[in-house]
Write a protein that binds this ligand. Structure first.
Ligand code: GDP
Ligand code: IMO
Ligand code: MG
Length: 436
């Protein structure tokens, strides 16, 4: 087995960065295939915290090459800043980091539009609560076939025509807020020329690169961004992001066939969080939700916004497992749940409500208590555990309950933010072995 996909199974922020960093030691290539710097993936190594937004979270290993594939939208200013920051702690020269010629560019006017639209919609049903990074408007331009790909940065004549086309299309909307004059073609061209200069040695055909690596038997890790419930097609539309966040996004986002995907690990917290607007059936608008936020440090890695918190939602997780064809489930932040001292879990919705057929907006959770977490020994035992057998009995029972409910075996358990605070049930590029 040489390819593994890691995807978020909830509403993002499940701990993808932590999991990817923990297993990337075994990978030759780590590839981001969707989203942009709306993502914030946190790694903690030797007590040092690093947040990646565009660069894959395997970047701290000297032998692991990183790729930004075609399905991404890339803000070059953000990428430049991130590379500069990471270079202080990791090797990130042109060989270590490659960028697809087919990826789309987030221009400053995309960021502006994202912010203006959120401001206009504030408080109303149309407010999505986006990260305001220009991700939605860049994907919108891509679907409208006026997007600007990385390759266009190297052809000034073509680029000028594309920028003019874009400013024509969005000019009236910008003008409504008096912002049209802020974006001049020549200024944008000058910025793009700067980007082209430093991007030139990094660009590649990422589909070919990944395909060749797989054919050579190299181990390739595909790192998802966001989560299943934020998927453009299958999530809580319209309260979603603008890309395919499920495992299927790997094929279109990288440019490889589904026959080359060997395994898919979904990542879920031991509870649920969401940031931004939209349905969240198990949300706790009470002191327990607040306590979870405090214990889990549930504030966005990208925007710093407070995340809403609630119990684990098994029907939603089961749907996420189906959407991505998960072969393993990784449960993170079990230590946070243990510190709470009580655990409840949503096992179904009232009235036979089905998340796929009926959506999540009107779903009312049926909650069940999970016993044993009130034992004061549990948090300490759990924090020290590095093998399945060392986990407290209540934690093992909870993990078994999850695996049974979603019919996916546990592949990894995370008991702290650090790289080593991890229980691996199998080698990442082997099939999972712990079935309930
Ligand atoms: P991502 O977007 O999926 O990579 O997740 P984020 O980095 O946005 O948010 C996850 C947060 O939880 C980060 O602060 C991580 O350092 C932290 N984290 C990940 N796994 C664990 C865990 O098992 N226990 C604790 N306490 N924190 C964790
Ligand atoms: P990672 O990869 C959590 C949410 C936003 C908003 C919606 C649309 O760190 O898990 P967008 O800016 O994408 O147009 O916003 O999606 N969102 C995320 N929530 N984690 C993320 O990324 C997210 N990326 C987008 O809050 O509700
Ligand atoms: Mg995040």
């Amino acid at each position: 087995m040489s390819t593994l996909v890691v995807v978020g199974a909830q509403w993002g922020d499940e701990g993808k960065g932590k999991v990817v960093d923990a297993i990337a030691a075994d990978a030759d290539l780590v590839v981001r295939y969707a989203g942009g710097n709306n993502a914030g993936h946190t790694l903690v190594v030797d007590g040092r915290k690093v947040v990646t937004h565009l660069v894959p979270s395997g970047c701290l290993y000297p032998h692991t090459r990183c790729v930004l594939a075609a399905g991404m939208v890339i803000d070059p200013d953000v990428l430049a800043a991130e590379i500069a920051e990471l270079r202080a702690i990791a090797r990130l020269e042109h060989d270590e980091l490659r960028v697809s010629l087919h990826a789309h560019v987030i221009f400053p006017y995309h960021r502006e539009l994202d912010g203006l639209r959120e401001d206009r919609a504030a408080g109303g049903a149309a407010a999505i609560g986006t990260t305001r990074r220009g991700v939605g408007p860049a994907y919108e331009a891509k679907a409208a076939r006026r997007g600007i790909q990385i390759r266009d940065l190297f052809d000034e004549v073509r680029l000028r025509a594309r920028i003019e086309h874009n400013l024509d299309a969005i000019g009236p909307e910008l003008a409504r807020d008096g912002r049209a004059a802020a974006f001049m073609v020549d200024d944008l061209l000058a910025r793009a020329s700067g980007w082209a200069g430093w991007l030139k040695p990094m660009v590649c055909d990422a589909s070919q690169l990944c395909h060749d690596a797989i054919r050579r038997g190299q181990r390739v890790l595909f790192e998802g961004a966001q989560g299943a419930m934020l998927d453009l097609d299958h999530g809580t539309y319209p309260y979603v992001t603008s890309s395919s966040t499920t495992a299927g996004g790997v094929c279109t986002g990288v440019g490889i066939g589904p026959t080359l995907v060997d395994a898919v690990w979904g990542i879920s917290k031991a509870y649920t969080t969401r940031v931004g607007a939209g349905p969240f059936p198990t949300r706790l608008d009470d002191a327990i939700g607040q306590r979870l936020r405090e214990l889990g440090g549930e504030f966005g890695a990208t925007t710093g916004r407070a995340r809403d918190c609630g119990w684990l939602d098994l029907p939603a997780l089961r749907m996420a497992a189906r959407l991505s064809g998960m072969t393993g489930i990784c449960i993170t932040k079990l230590d946070v749940l243990a510190a709470l001292g009580m655990v409840r879990v949503c096992v179904a919705y009232e009235d036979g409500h089905d998340p796929g057929r009926d959506g999540l907006a009107a779903a009312r959770p049926i909650l069940q208590d999970v016993a044993g977490f009130d034992d004061p020994e549990v948090p300490g035992q759990l924090a020290r555990a590095r093998r399945w057998a060392e986990l407290p009995g209540c934690a093992r029972a909870y993990l078994d309950l999850i695996a049974e409910a979603i019919e996916v075996p546990v592949a990894l358990v995370s008991v702290g933010p650090g790289r080593d605070e991890t229980i691996l049930m199998c080698r990442p590029f082997d099939p999972p072995v712990h079935a309930p």
